[in-house]
Write a new protein. Structure first.
Length: 438
């Protein structure tokens, strides 16, 4: 290479640097070239006879700027900007892509005596690998984002909704369908567990069922078709059916749950209505015989267990056959409906009324002693006797007879004694109440 001056030590250093793979240059404090090696010339594509000892840095910058090494722009402006940066020289490392596509990593550091040393390394292959890796990562990220968008689109369009939980069983995602149906806001659900959110909105006593569900979650077991109902903000009722599977990470650590939910309100409402109709007398709206005895059995067992008072009444519409004979079955139905309406206006929420036969009814009065039962019976009988049944242009009255018995041992015994007391009321002339013998 061309060089001026005769410094044997510098020649030795240059010769030693000739065989290494990195380009090297050293400039003194006056920004003049002290030494360089052939690899620098090769990497920067510099003519062999361009450089010499004492070569001004500004000339090298001007040479590079004039052939587009620093991009487009006025040559002198580009040179001035670089000289200003060099005068405030600090250690640095950066990559520069040359016009021929070669990527050079340039590393520089200041020298204690002033000036600086720079190294030049061809990192084109590494840069290509990094760019290829970045491209693949970008493509993979784009595919993931597209898949997520596709999932979100499906979730928004589906009649069901989808949900995710983290390892602490807190909701991290619920699709829009759920919020449209429930009327609740995402902020009320996201970040909370299902039970935390649902506890204030649960409808019905389902503690045992919820305990089993929570046990599944805490044991990280999959579950299917767990049903529950919540109250909606508008006062309505939403029946929900959910299924879910546990999710584990690559190390098999529990990471949460994913699942789906669906609105089964129509199904549940229909089922409840069918059940209600199966247990309800359609004419009066009271429990039918089977439903009455199912509930009465539970209530009487509870009363006996806790030594609480309970009374039963057997009630019969007096001369009902005569009503049917004189006014037809329509007239008889009107009498039964009027009887039911008056009973509903007088009995308490916890009382149980059932139609046992054609014109025979049973009334169960929990938490009631005989004095209270007699008062209730008299009031009911008096209001019935004063009520007028309107059947077209016809008007008629009817009365009732009532047999009353306290709970002594069990339901069957109480109902039999109340029935005997009813027959006694009829035998005494009807339109009266009789108490069963102790």
């Amino acid at each position: 290479m061309g060089k001026k001056g005769d410094d044997s030590l510098t020649d030795i250093v240059i010769d030693a640097l000739t065989g290494i793979d990195q380009g090297i240059s050293v400039f003194d404090k006056d920004m003049r070239l002290l030494l360089w090696n052939r690899r620098m010339l090769e990497l920067l594509d510099l003519p062999d006879d361009l450089l010499y000892r004492g070569y001004p840095l500004i000339n090298l910058l001007r040479f590079n700027a004039s052939r587009g090494e620093y991009g487009e722009g006025d040559v002198e402006t580009l040179v001035a900007n670089r000289m200003q940066a060099i005068r405030h020289f600090e250690a640095h490392r950066y990559q520069r892509r040359r016009p021929n596509g070669v990527v050079i990593e340039i590393s520089g550091r200041p020298l204690p005596s002033g000036g600086f040393v720079s190294t030049f390394t061809d990192v084109s292959e590494r840069s290509l690998r990094e760019e290829e890796l970045e491209r693949r990562v970008a493509e993979r990220t784009a595919r993931i984002e597209e898949n997520e968008k596709r999932f979100r689109d499906f979730a928004e369009a589906a009649s069901e909704w989808f949900w995710e939980m983290d390892a602490a069983l807190r909701f991290t995602f619920i699709s829009k369908r759920y919020f449209d149906l429930s009327g609740v806001e995402p902020k009320d659900v996201i970040g909370r567990t299902r039970l935390e959110f649902a506890r204030q909105r649960l409808m019905g006593d389902e503690a045992e069922k919820w305990a089993a569900h929570i046990s599944d979650l805490e044991s990280h077991r999959p579950f299917r078709e767990f049903d529950y109902a919540i109250a909606k903000p508008d006062g309505g009722k939403l029946h929900i059916r959910i299924s879910g599977v546990p999710v584990f990470d690559r190390d098999l650590n529990f990471a949460g749950y994913r699942g789906s939910g669906t609105d089964v309100t129509r199904e549940k409402t229909l089922a409840e209505e069918i059940l209600r109709q199966a247990k309800t007398d359609p004419l009066t709206g009271f429990a039918n015989r089977r439903a009455f005895y199912e509930v009465a059995s539970l209530e009487s067992e509870r009363a006996a267990r806790y030594s609480r008072p309970m009374v039963a009444m057997m009630i019969d519409l007096d001369h009902f056959k005569r009503i049917n004979d004189n006014y037809g079955h329509d007239g008889g139905d009107l009498a039964l409906k009027q009887f039911a309406e008056i009973c509903k206006s007088l009995i308490r929420k916890n009382d149980l009324m059932g139609r046992i036969g054609g014109e025979e009814f049973a009334l169960l009065l929990p938490e009631t002693d005989m004095d209270g039962a007699l008062e209730a019976a008299r009031k009911l009988r008096q209001q019935i006797s004063q009520a007028v049944v309107k059947h077209g242009n016809l008007r008629f009255f009817f009365t009732i007879s009532i047999g009353i018995a306290e709970l002594k041992s069990d339901l069957d015994d109480m109902m039999k004694r109340a029935d005997l007391a009813l027959y006694e009321a009829k035998a005494q002339g009807r339109n009266r109440e009789c108490v069963a013998a102790s």
